[in-house]
Design a protein around this ligand. Structure first.
Ligand code: NAP
Length: 249
């Protein structure tokens, strides 16, 4: 019975950012649980990830308001529908707040927040029509904390948490689950400036993680399978931290 609760056989999943560090782990988790996965990204990383999974690659730029719906429609068409949306794309433009270019602010908010809202709505419309579906947004520790020198990123991720709850409030009565995962520190291209170039800060972060290590993309697979499967049918608007204990400290 327990295995059946987490079985995703026959489910069709779109993972944005599925070619990235975390997204690749999420896409792998869904594929291992039986889902057919479409990976959406801008670069060849999406193609590589899809090939690894035996899935479908879709190239689209989520910063472009015309390209986003085109990419979404292409993914849905190639999957012949959508049961699961995981929004694991994201960017950061670190800068001291006083020096932060507004163009960079706009880009971060557009990609991290507005594109997520638009993807949720596009998937949500199809799921509401059918009366079922699972949406998993990727939040952050910076949905709860301000971070250092990443004001636009923290603002966008704080909003992802409340957007997730707002959509859950509207869609839970109609059989659509909207939840989020808040990953802890995972070494990816997004935070390379820390783990590759700032050993002191890397060590300070590691020392503060109760689990004693940074996360791996594979550490997030269980959470995404849970939130994409029947096991979470009564879970709505949750922001599930998978952070080695960081937030509790
Ligand atoms: P990553 O390796 O840099 O991956 C980011 C992904 O986003 C890439 O696959 C990239 O695709 C995609 N992307 C960025 N801009 C895009 C655009 N305009 N259009 C389409 N795709 C775009 O970083 P990551 O760490 O895996 O980040 C994944 C998610 O986890 C993000 O939402 C991030 O905020 C969140 N997160 C990360 C951490 C961490 O410690 N790493 C912690 C908490 C939350 P292409 O390469 O194809 O452009």
């Amino acid at each position: 019975m327990a295995a059946g609760l987490f079985d995703l056989t026959g489910r069709r999943a779109l993972v944005t950012g599925g070619g990235g560090g975390i997204g690749r782990g999420l896409a792998r988790g869904l594929a291992d649980a039986g889902a057919t996965v479409a990976v959406l990204g801008r670069s060849e990383r999406a193609d590589e990830a899809a090939a690894e999974l035996g899935g479908v690659a879709v190239r689209a730029d989520l910063a472009d308001r015309d390209d986003l719906p085109r990419g979404f429609d292409e993914a849905v068409e190639r999957l012949s529908g959508i049961d699961i949306l995981v929004t694991s794309h994201g960017i950061g433009r670190p800068a001291a707040a006083v020096d932060h270019e507004l163009a960079d602010w706009d880009e971060v908010v557009e990609v991290n927040l507005t594109a997520t809202f638009q993807l949720c709505r596009l998937a949500g419309r199809l799921m509401l029509e059918r009366g079922s579906g699972k949406i998993v947004n990727i939040a952050s520790l910076l949905s709860f904390q301000g971070g250092l020198g990443v004001s636009s990123y923290a603002a966008s991720k704080g909003a992802i948490a409340t957007l997730t709850m707002a959509l859950a409030n509207e869609w839970a009565p109609h059989g659509v689950n909207v939840n989020a995962i808040a990953p802890g520190y995972v070494k990816t291209a997004l935070n390379e400036r820390i783990w590759r170039h700032d050993p002191e800060r890397t060590a300070a972060i590691t020392a503060r993680i109760p689990a004693g290590r940074w996360g791996e993309p594979s550490d997030l697979a269980g959470a995404v399978v849970f939130l994409s499967s029947a096991a979470s049918d009564y879970v709505h608007g949750a922001i599930l931290a998978v952070d080695g204990g960081w937030l509790g400290r």
